[in-house]
Design a protein around this ligand. Structure first.
Ligand SMILES: Cc1cc2nc3c(=O)[nH]c(=O)nc-3n(C[C@H](O)[C@H](O)[C@H](O)COP(=O)(O)O)c2cc1C
Length: 143
């Protein structure tokens, strides 16, 4: 099973919370997390595609939205939306809805990690991420 982890982490007043979350996820699958830029694209099959963003005014970064817009849907098995946020999961839900509206299969529940401004990754957040990953692995029969 191929897994890829893509994210945008502005790190405005933070130490790049989403980047640190993405890197923990990626490590669990033995891959590198990839920061999305204006030209990032997928050119081969990805069974489990993680797409994440920090939450900025309840919305993902525009680079994430544009990335999801240009994904070749034929390459994507399942998409896992994830976000870090000071509060609500609106950003994560927007990634979810956008992917779904493109006809991409999306996991039932994405991963939301509460990380306020200035917050750095802590042990219990790392545990939460690893638990989510473990559940997803079980659901997809990944060892
Ligand atoms: C400009 C700005 C706007 C934000 N808006 C929201 C918001 O609407 N809802 C929320 O839950 N968190 C909001 N936050 C908090 C961030 O989503 C949170 O700190 C996140 O972990 C930042 O991710 P990053 O470090 O990867 O950029 C905002 C932070 C910034 C800097």
């Amino acid at each position: 099973m191929t897994v890829a982890v893509y994210y945008v982490s502005r790190g405005e007043k933070t130490s790049q919370n989403t980047k640190s979350a993405a890197e923990i996820v990626a490590k669990e699958f033995g891959v590198q997390a990839i920061a999305i830029d204006e030209t990032t694209n997928i050119d081969s099959k990805v069974d489990l595609l993680w797409v994440g963003s920090g939450t900025y005014n309840n919305t993902p970064d525009e680079k994430v939205t544009k990335f999801v817009d240009r994904i070749n849907t034929a390459f994507v098995g399942q998409l896992v939306p994830f976000a870090t946020a000071g509060g609500s999961g609106g950003c994560m839900k927007k990634i979810h809805k956008q992917a779904q509206s493109r006809g991409i299969q999306v996991v039932k529940k994405g991963m939301l990690i509460r990380m306020f401004r200035h917050t750095q990754m802590t042990d219990n957040r790392e545990v939460k991420i690893k638990k989510y990953v473990a559940k997803l692995k079980t659901a997809n029969g990944i060892n």
